[in-house]
Structure formats: C-alpha cells, structure tokens
Design a protein around this ligand. Sequence first.
Ligand SMILES: [Mg+2]
Length: 190
Amino acid sequence: MMKWEIYLDVDGVCADFIGPALTAVGLDSALIQQQWAEQYPGNFYPDELLGMSAAELFRRIDALGAGFCATLPACNWFPSLYHELSTLGHVVFLTAPTGYPDCLAGKYQWLCRFFGEGFRDCVFTEHKERLAHPDAILIDDSDNNIRNFIQRGGYGVSFPQYWNQRGSSADPLQDVLEDVRQIVGAAHQN
Ligand SMILES: [Mg+2]
C-alpha cells in the first residue's frame, strides 16, 4: 500500500471547465479569459467581468444536464499528470459537485470515460479539507481549498492558473510534479 494519498481536483486541474462554462452561458470565452488574466489575475471568480454571480453561472450550467460535465475536454497534461502522480502515491480524484444530481452523474461519467465504468478512486464533496491528514496531498486550483486543506493538517499544491495566487505557468505539469516530489521526498527524510 502506498503511503501517500494524492487528492486530485478535476475542474481547472485535469479538465478545462471555465472555457466551456463561459461559452455555455453565452460569453466570448477567449476574450473573457484574456481580460480575466490581464485585469483580475488571482481572482477565482470576478463577478463584475462575467456579469453574473457564480451561483447564477452554476444554475445555468446545471440546467444543461449531466452532459456538460461529462464532456469537458481533458487538459493536454492530464494523462502525464495522472501517470506520474500514480508513481508517487495513491491518486484519488476529489471534486465538488454543485448539488444538482446530474452534475454528480456528469462528473462521474467524465472519470469513467478515461478509467471505465466502476472506477472507484474518486470522492465527490466540496468539503475537501475533511480528507486532510499528514500523508495527504491536495492538488487544486482553488486557493481556498488549498488553504483549508493545509489548515486541517494536509499538504497542498496549488495548480498554476491565472485565477489563483500562484498564477499561470508555461509548464504546470512539471511545476506540480516538482512540488509533489519535494513533499514526498522531504517527508521521507524525517
Ligand atoms: Mg478546481
């Protein structure tokens, strides 16, 4: 059994959520994301730029049914990220459903597209910090999720994106893998 539990967020880490989400609510995804990165870097959800609350955006996306989450495009680094992390610990996907039943189904269907039906290494909850422990690492694009997980006794690795404090990276895959290897290696020396 592997010592390390690596909790891997899906949206904004393994899958492109925001691009399809902006398009789905009728916004110009490329333009909005450019303005977001330039004018609101580190802002997880700039209401004023998007012109609607996060609750409204999610309400409209939920109305699209399970297919929206199920068909989100995987990020190009996803296969390598999952493969490399799997050599360092037991990878468990940790993703927060909106509370709408079809969202939960869609998120599970997304995982089954890659791993087949019956896939078990996943947890669906927004209370990610409740899974924190000294041998657990959360990889997530949300500063709040990372902070809460660390506060509850786990390790956190912020996934580089223009909407978080870490900011975007030319090579997010290598940045994240370096951080995880450092945590795993450092702890082994104790
Ligand atoms: Mg996320």
